[in-house]
Design a protein around this ligand. Sequence first.
Ligand code: ZN
Length: 324
Amino acid sequence: MNNIYPWQQDQWSQLGQRLQAERLPHALLLSGPEGLGKLQFAQHIAASLMCQQRDQQAQACGTCKACQLLQAGSHPDMHTVYAEEEGKAIKVDQIRELSDVMSRKAQLGGYRVCIIHPADAMNHNAANALLKTLEEPGEQSMLILVSADPGRLTATIRSRCQQLLFHTPEPQQSIKWLKEQGVKDNLELLLSLSGMAPLQALRFANDDRLQAHSDFLQQFLELKTGIQNPMQMAAKWYKQHPEHCLQWMMHWVMDLIRLKSGASSHVLSNKAEQQRLQAMAKQLDLINLFTFLDKLQVGVRQMSTQVNVQLLMEDLFISWIKTR
Ligand SMILES: [Zn+2]
């Protein structure tokens, strides 16, 4: 059984009480930033609903037939819809399959549970098909939508779900948890790079993200001195972590603005890089930094469209060189 993360306790106690009292809605929308374990939370709800002997705290037993089937991924009344490829849409056929599970009788006699993750990946037709299921929920059925971007769901879908919000935890709680997972170094930086989301920070601790971040900052600053060529730099980085590169640039520019405005160092998102950023801030004008920040924000929005990422990065690097 997967466990509830420490920062999900409030949401679980709200839901657990209603679960015990059998006063649950037919559809839930779990929303909040990426990297907080919303999908695992949805699976935890499913386990609890399907368990044939859950305990006083509404936790699944982990040993009954339903629990065993669920752990093996073969419970006939449990269905999860994913985007077939990351970043791709959830299609209408996938929702029709889900509706089929939701409309028939439970094979094990308990709840039928469907999870859609991420729900905002449903295309227009899929969302329309889902509405019908939302309008006519069967007895003992639960539909759980998971989304980091619920604004992309239609208002009609949102209004038919009860929303459960997840927030990034306090840094101390995340740091304690990351230490328990064996992460020892750069905890604050990892959290800052991951938008304060602990699961994302853990992923970053286990890949090359910190090294990439440090290398990219070095080269970003070197663009100004002519050591780096913007075209070559774009050709290199657009293949690696383009969406993160743009986010990082935004963080650095915001830190430059903070430094220019005389903010104290504890509000910086990159405290470890204060010296390098401070030296750069001295050479730049505040208004021009704001103009460049605007361009970056437009660039971040364009990343989710069909834009040519390499060209976009070239353009931003050249604007950065021109920012005085
Ligand atoms: Zn059980």
